[in-house]
Design a protein around this ligand. Structure first.
Ligand code: OOG
Ligand code: MG
Length: 262
């Protein structure tokens, strides 16, 4: 889209609107229905929103990639990978409980995450990116679009920080030479298999997603920092959550991660 760049006050106003939708747990119409804007402005809105969270005592703990698998792209109708920011208040302990009414329309998806032991600056290849990794683990991401009906365009979902809401990391950690390239992934809801996939669905290899993140950040002069968590993207379609649900992902060699919904 060749939209004109948004003025700074409009970027701030859009960030406020999404922040309010999050805090009030009330969906908002897509921002692009008011003003068309480019993906770059979406990232400016996203960063302004993260600044608002930091003012409330939240801290940056990592980054996420989204829309890195065909299953996710088709489910959402958006066919470009995106990135978002992960903050301390999004962390949910393994086996923890989320409250359904604190979310607009929560969904959950199975992922693979990396923890970085060194700073990672793009441009890098997947093999170079892995050199900065401490370990990998399985994860669940709870996404919750702030937009009505969970529908958005690419610039809208970027502005909404990739629908980020909460995430759970599994407790099994494998070192960086453990190959995450083609691990079976099973997501169960209430003991019944809901989605089956492979980590190969994540951008062909989760390390490719990690490298793509470092490379996208390099374009804006940013570096992934040692200690950061990186979620590489959902391997399967996301499933909607209801009160009373228990969701667990099991990944070959990476154990499991689970959450409860109240
Ligand atoms: C956008 C976020 C996508 C993933 O892992 O693909 C994402 C959405 O589906 O709402 O987190
Ligand atoms: Mg995700």
């Amino acid at each position: 889209m060749n939209a004109a760049r948004l003025p700074v006050d409009q970027i701030d106003a859009f960030a406020q609107r999404l922040d309010e939708a999050t805090l009030k747990v009330k969906a908002t119409p897509q921002l692009t229905l008011d003003h068309a804007f480019a993906v770059e402005d979406g990232y400016a809105i996203q960063r302004a929103g993260i600044s608002l969270r930091k003012l409330r005592g939240d801290a940056l703990v990592g980054m996420k990639m989204g829309l890195t698998s065909r299953a996710k792209m088709e489910q959402m109708g958006v066919h470009e990978p995106i990135y978002g920011h992960l903050t301390s208040k999004m962390i949910l302990e393994d086996g923890g409980t989320v409250i359904h009414k604190d979310h607009v329309h929560p969904r959950v998806e199975p992922e693979v995450a990396y923890l970085l032991k060194r700073d990672l600056e793009g441009p890098v290849t997947p093999v170079q990116a892995l050199a900065a990794v401490e370990c990998c683990c399985c994860a669940l991401e709870l996404i919750d679009s702030r937009y009505k009906d969970f529908k958005f365009t690419l610039p809208d979902v970027v502005a909404d920080n990739g629908s980020s809401s909460r995430f759970v990391l599994g407790s099994v950690r494998q070192p960086k030479d453990f190959d995450c390239g083609n691990l079976g992934m099973v997501m169960e809801r209430n003991g019944v298999i809901a989605e089956i996939g492979s980590s190969a669905a994540i951008f062909d290899h989760p390390a490719r997603s990690l490298a793509a993140l470092a490379n996208q950040l390099a374009l804006v002069g940013e570096v992934l920092k040692a200690g950061m968590i990186v979620m590489t993207g959902g391997a399967t379609a996301a499933i909607a959550l209801s009160p009373g649900d228990h969701v667990r992902v099991r990944v070959d060699g990476l154990g499991s991660a689970e959450l409860f919904v109240r």
